[in-house]
Design a binder for this molecule. Sequence first.
Ligand code: AFP
Length: 342
Amino acid sequence: MPQQVTVTEHILLHQKMVPGATGQFTRLFNELVLSAKIITRAVTKAGLVDILGFTGDVNIQGEEVKKLDDYANRILIHRLARSGVLCAMASEENADIIEVPESLPRGDYIIIFDPLDGSSNIDVNVNIGTIFSILKRKSDPQGPLMSSDVLQKGSEQVAAGYILYGSSTMLVFTSGDGVHGFTLDPSVGEFLLSHPNIRIPEQGKIYSVNEGYERYWDRDTKKALDYFKSPKNALHKPYSGRYIGSLVADIHRNLLYGGIFMYPADLRDPKKPTGKLRLTCECNPMAFIVEQAGGLATDGANRILDIEPDHLHQRVPFFCGSLNDVRVVQDIFNAERRKKSR
Ligand code: AFP
């Protein structure tokens, strides 16, 4: 019989190697895993039960809230608040930080999540995902929670991951010790280690971007796209274009096959002058995973993980993926900056 390691076993084994580990992280993870199973159940029933379509509300991002989005958000908030190890949460769907009520046991961890990313794909049965970023409180636990506890740089993340609801449900995460992927075996209801120590190919062959908006990009982004489509690039042939429109699915594919994901600044849309994706709940966790797998993530000028967030729902341009491909983008942006400063 093949050796099958569950995600809980994997975390417990790794916890043993961390001096002073208290088991709090494992408790938090167990609630995440349970939430992922509950959301998977709802996703796989979508179409059969009344969970497709809109709730009629508009979220903090100004987007109409889908029923499944709202369901995933409520499950995560309810379950995670009961982990006993969190002091606060933040969700893409909620305007403000959600403090864990005093009536529940609390701890030093903070989690930021996008409950169901890729909502526009929900009603058409295309992959969607949950993204999470875990931080540790820095301020005195006896005092009030500070906004700086939540607005930490991505490099301070304790762990980050995503759950991909696709042809199977997968949980991929890093706690700073490589990237590991687990696949939900529905027959036993457990996430089993299926992709240990994922490494992103150094040289990609895929570019993923919503090319429909090209005319609204800055010159550097257009130059980068041109490079990936040119037969004169490092591959000596155009890259393949692949874009699902669900960040989790696009990053997951590129993580395994190699490639670059781009969501640049959009100069047409006043809502997206710095891109669409949110730093704290989307870009930071994905950047942590991709860097841990050997890749890179930048906004064109800065390493994503070095950006100090100034507010919870901050958006940044995002270029993330294989080392060589992201370096090409960095070089294009740097050259242009050098020219301007002359
Ligand atoms: P939705 O959740 O509104 O579908 O947005 C998904 C997302 O945040 C991310 O998952 C995609 O990569 C990106 O937006 C797609 O945006 P475009 O539709 O503008 O390409």
